[in-house]
Each structure stands twice: as structure tokens, then as C-alpha cells.
Design a protein around this ligand. Structure first.
Ligand code: GLN
Length: 554
């Protein structure tokens, strides 16, 4: 008997009509259904912009920079992918035009094209196809590729051409095209309009792509009549027009919406994975918790860019995940740190808050406001969780107000501080001097040894060594360690590249004695929380915040 060679199947998802339809969430939801069928899924985002990666982009423009285990600075859609799928992404999951072109140009400079004329087709499209196929392999059943932007965007064309060619090369049985469109309801006419979706599919057909499946974003579910019309004019089978109406409570309801319409069965049939059951148990249980919280808890998040919904996406998600697991709904109050700094009545803003969180950040603006919030948390025994800059800030606040080092600071905020309790890491000094800022921070996953078994940190992690992701240049200055410890601040997590030389270890987690919950980490635990498996530090923080609200002892 001959066994069939393993072929990775591909799903390519494009978007039409308008942006901001939640394409990333749709892709991630499809991925979750496949994972629930026991398939080994990988997922990637193809972004047509020219930045090599989003690491140097302003959060206002691009939202949060998401970091993978292997240190890629990526689009925040990868965060959705990991949270929905529960499968870690890697560098291969993020592909921008900038990265593709820079690789093609490097090859050209290295003479790899044997003196030929280098062109978008075939060289750029080949490079794109290579990165899509690169994610597949014997260990992978399905690769999902989300094409960023909207059909018709000039910069997206090489990607469209590449996926068209890919289907031709690997065969239509191995590649499914899914097109996500917007189907608007025109209030004045009282009608749902299918024309923009028809035009979008026409645009796709012009470049040789015929979608197999249409996902229709609309305010409400579409009638059979509207779906039949879309099927006829978009040339898609009637049962392959899928509704994606706004969900009432949470984005985590989207996989359920797709499951109810049997999308998993359609895809399984199309790709040759029939006969598998799609186990929605854990997912349904989690969504059940989101729908029926027993109480609320109020968490203040103090940072810059706070008004931008997506600037701290993973942080707000992690707070929510932890809240669900306590059967709570988190009421997240976003406090602009600069306002806390300038407002005389700043303390008013912190009253009624059950827990304070300072997330990661860069630069001086609003920094003193963060220190104010941290001092309030420490002195009033309000639970505090600090992430990355939030740990550095907690150390600075402690130095100034407990150790009596009034001018203590990070050299990021004041190069000339007499007490640089936070300094540039040794390995980063030359990089900062050379001004080479893209992709050069301490990035990705590092092991962290939990230093004290009796600590809250150890209790929460319930492990001696954990792995967390990083994105920073500055670090706690070990010269001050003894002073802090003598005053009650404990270093409970350390990165120890050489266990025989503790002096070269890096401080990763701190916590305060005699406080209901005052814990901060140099890492970004928010990149590892999922709704089904909330992060232990966030869980501990939310639990402590709720105890404070209820006036219960710690
Ligand atoms: N600006 C700080 C550093 O580079 C913190 C970075 C962060 O919060 N991601 O070390």
C-alpha cells in the first residue's frame, strides 16, 4: 500500500470594500475551528507596507507592536492569532513588502539572479510564494495566510499575483480562497446593499482570483434572499456565503458564529479532512464566562497613547482574560499619564480604582505621572502590576520615595541622573550610540529563574523557571540591589546567563513585601495570555484587585 505524500493545505484570506472589518479576527477564528478539529495550523499576515517590520512604527498609526518568542516585532494581528489559536507564531508569521523587497535586493546585490533583470514578476512574487510555502511542511496540516489591506490597493498587487500563482502551482484542491466583504445596510433606503461586495469580487476576478467562500460582515445576519443574490453575482456556491454579523458581547464569539454555520465542515470537505469532529467545549465554556460575569472590577491602566484603542491591545486583552477566569468583568479606566502629571487634583482620578497597571512604554513624556500612580498604589496598598517600563518605573519610585535617592531615574529619561537605578544594558550600549534602532532591542523569549520559592511570584507561576518575552534596552542596575533588598523590595525573578556569576544576571521580576499585591516584571507577560489560559500574573493581579474591592483580607 502506498501512503499519500503529506501536502500542507492553504487558506488565503483577502478583504474587500473597506478596511477595519476585523479580517484578523475572522482569520484567527477560522484557525481556531481547525485547531478544534485537531489539525496542526500555522497562520501568517502578509502586509503590503514598506516598513521592514512595525517595530519602529508609532503606536498611534499602527497600534501595539506584538513580539513573538523568536523576537520578531510584528503587527498586532499576530496577537489575535496566538490568543485564538493557542499556537505560538514566529518570524515566518509576519511578512511585509519591506521585508520581501529587502531580501530580493540583497539577493540581487549578491549576484544571485545571475545578471538577469530583477522584476516584481517573477522575482518579488517568487519571494512571496517562498515565504508562504515556508510555513508549511510535514508537521503542518493547514497554513492560513491573511493578505493585509483591501482588494484594489496598488501595493497589495504583488501579493495577490503571488497567491494566484500559488493556487495554480499547488492545485485548487490544496488552496482555498476566502474573501471577506462588507455588506452595508443603508438606513435611508432601509435596504441591505450587495453591490460593493459584487464590485470587490469583480476586482478580484480581474486579477485572476475566484473566491471559494464569501464571508459577509454586516450589522445583522443576512436573509436567504440576500445571500442567494451574493452567491449568484459573486459566482460562489450558495452554501458558501457565510454570515459574519456583529457579535453582541465579545470577539471570542466569532468562532461560534462560524461553527454554527458549519464553516468547519465546508473547509474540511474542501481540503480533504472530512470526518473530524470540532470540539468546541473549552471555547464555549470560556465564552459562557464572558457572558455571565458575577461582578465587576475596576483597573486603571496608566500610559501614553492611552486613547488609542489598539496601543495596548494585548494588555487589555490579558486583563479581560484574567477577569473572565474569576467570573468578573473588568472595567478598564485608561488614564493618560501626562494628565496625571499636570492635574492638581490627580489623586481624584485614582479614587475608586481597585488595581493599577503601568504597561510598557518609551520616553520621558508623561513618565512622572506614571510614578505618581505607582506611589499611590504602593502607599495606599492598591494592587499594582508593572510591565516592562512599569517595572523600571516602580524601581525608580521606590528609590526616590523609600531609599531617599530623590533624583533617581532611568538614563532613558535623564542621562545625567546621579542615581541611574535603571541603565542601558551592556549589550545595548553600542547600538544606542550608533543610532541603529530597528529590531535591535533585547527581543523575544528568555528563561527567567524564580529566585524565591516563598514569593508571590513563585506561587503564581507555580514553576522554578518560566519563559517570557521581552522588548527593551534598559535594565535594573545591579549596583543598587542590596539597598533595595534591605528596604523590602525583593528580586523574585532573574535571567541568569551564567549561574556561577550572579552579578551578570538581569532582574526580571520584583515584588514588595507587606503589600497586598505589588509585582512588576521586565518582561511582557501580556503576549502569552489567552482567553482559555489567562496569564498567572494577570490572574493574581485581578484576584487581588477584586479582594480590595470587596474589602476582603489578602
Ligand atoms: N523604554 C524601556 C526600555 O527600552 C521600556 C521598554 C518597554 O516598556 N517595552 O527598556
Amino acid at each position: 500500500m502506498t501512503t499519500r505524500p503529506h501536502t500542507t493545505k492553504h487558506i488565503v484570506i483577502t478583504g474587500g470594500v473597506v478596511s477595519s472589518l476585523g479580517k484578523g479576527i475572522a482569520c484567527a477564528s477560522i484557525g481556531r475551528l481547525l485547531v478544534n478539529m485537531g489539525l496542526r495550523v500555522r497562520i501568517q499576515k502578509l502586509d503590503p507596507y514598506l516598513n521592514v517590520d512595525p517595530g519602529t512604527m508609532n503606536p498611534f498609526q499602527h497600534g501595539e507592536v506584538y513580539v513573538t518568542d523568536d523576537g520578531a516585532e510584528t503587527d498586532l494581528d499576530l496577537g489575535h492569532y496566538e490568543r485564538f489559536l493557542g499556537v505560538p507564531c514566529s518570524k515566518l508569521s509576519t511578512v511585509t513588502s519591506g521585508r520581501i523587497y529587502s531580501s530580493v535586493i540583497q539577493k540581487e546585490r549578491a549576484g544571485k539572479y545571475n545578471g538577469g533583470t530583477v522584476q516584481v514578476i517573477p522575482h518579488v512574487t517568487d519571494e512571496i510564494k517562498g515565504t508562504i510555502r515556508g510555513l508549511g511542511g510535514p508537521e503542518v496540516d493547514v497554513v492560513i495566510s491573511e493578505v493585509g489591506g483591501t482588494v484594489g490597493d496598488i501595493e497589495g498587487l504583488p501579493f495577490m499575483e503571488a497567491v494566484r500563482q500559488l493556487r495554480h502551482e499547488i492545485g485548487s484542491q490544496n488552496l482555498v480562497f476566502v474573501h471577506l466583504v462588507y455588506v452595508p445596510f443603508i438606513k435611508a433606503a432601509g435596504e441591505i446593499k450587495t453591490k460593493p461586495a459584487q464590485h470587490s469580487v469583480q476586482k478580484l476576478r480581474e486579477i485572476g482570483i475566484v473566491p471559494d467562500l464569501l464571508l459577509c460582515r454586516a450589522e445583522k445576519a443576512l436573509s436567504k434572499g440576500v445571500k442567494d443574490k451574493l452567491a449568484l453575482f459573486c459566482n460562489v456556491d450558495q452554501d458558501k456565503v457565510i454570515d459574519l454579523p456583529d457579535v453582541p458581547t465579545s470577539i471570542y464569539e466569532v468562532p461560534q458564529v462560524l461553527h454554527k454555520q458549519g464553516l468547519h465542515e465546508i473547509l474540511a470537505r474542501r481540503m480533504g479532512f472530512e470526518g473530524r469532529t470540532c470540539d468546541m467545549h473549552a471555547w464555549d465554556l470560556m465564552v459562557g464566562h464572558i457572558r455571565k460575569p458575577k461582578d465587576t472590577v475596576t483597573i486603571a491602566m496608566v500610559g501614553k497613547y492611552i486613547d488609542h484603542q489598539d496601543a495596548y491591545k494585548s494588555v487589555t486583552e490579558s486583563i479581560d482574560h484574567a477577569a473572565y477566569s474569576h467570573l468578573l468583568k473588568a472595567n478598564i479606566v485608561r488614564l493618560e499619564s501626562e494628565a496625571l502629571e499636570k492635574d492638581e487634583a490627580w489623586a481624584e482620578r485614582l479614587k475608586g480604582i481597585d488595581g493599577i497597571l503601568v504597561p510598557g512604554g518609551f520616553g520621558k513624556r508623561g513618565f512622572e505621572g506614571k510614578l505618581r500612580a505607582i506611589r499611590w498604589a504602593r502607599e495606599n496598598k492598591v494592587p499594582y502590576l508593572g510591565l516592562c517600563l512599569g517595572m523600571q518605573a516602580a524601581c525608580i519610585e521606590f528609590a526616590r520615595n523609600v531609599l531617599g535617592l530623590a533624583e533617581a531615574n532611568s538614563t532613558e529619561m535623564n542621562e545625567k541622573t546621579p542615581h541611574p537605578v535603571i541603565t542601558v544594558m551592556e549589550s545595548q550600549k553600542d547600538i544606542v550610540a550608533a543610532g541603529n534602532l530597528g529590531g535591535t532591542m533585547r527581543l523575544g523569549a528568555y528563561p527567567c529563574t524564580i529566585a524565591r520559592r516563598s514569593s508571590r511570584t513563585h506561587k503564581l507561576y507555580a514553576a522554578d523557571v518560566v519563559s517570557e518575552r521581552h522588548r527593551h534596552r534598559w535594565e535594573f542596575n545591579n549596583a543598587y540591589r542590596a539597598q533595595y533588598e534591605a528596604a523590602g523590595l525583593q528580586f523574585t525573578g532573574l535571567f541568569m546567563p551564567d549561574p556561577t556569576r550572579p552579578e551578570v544576571s538581569l532582574v526580571e521580576v520584583i515584588e514588595l513585601k507587606d503589600h497586598p499585591f505589588f509585582l512588576a516584571t521586565q518582561a511582557h507577560p501580556e503576549f502569552q495570555s489567552t482567553p482559555v489560559k489567562p496569564h498567572p500574573l494577570f490572574r493574581g493581579f485581578l484576584g487581588a484587585a477584586y479582594k480590595r474591592k470587596k474589602g476582603e483580607p489578602e
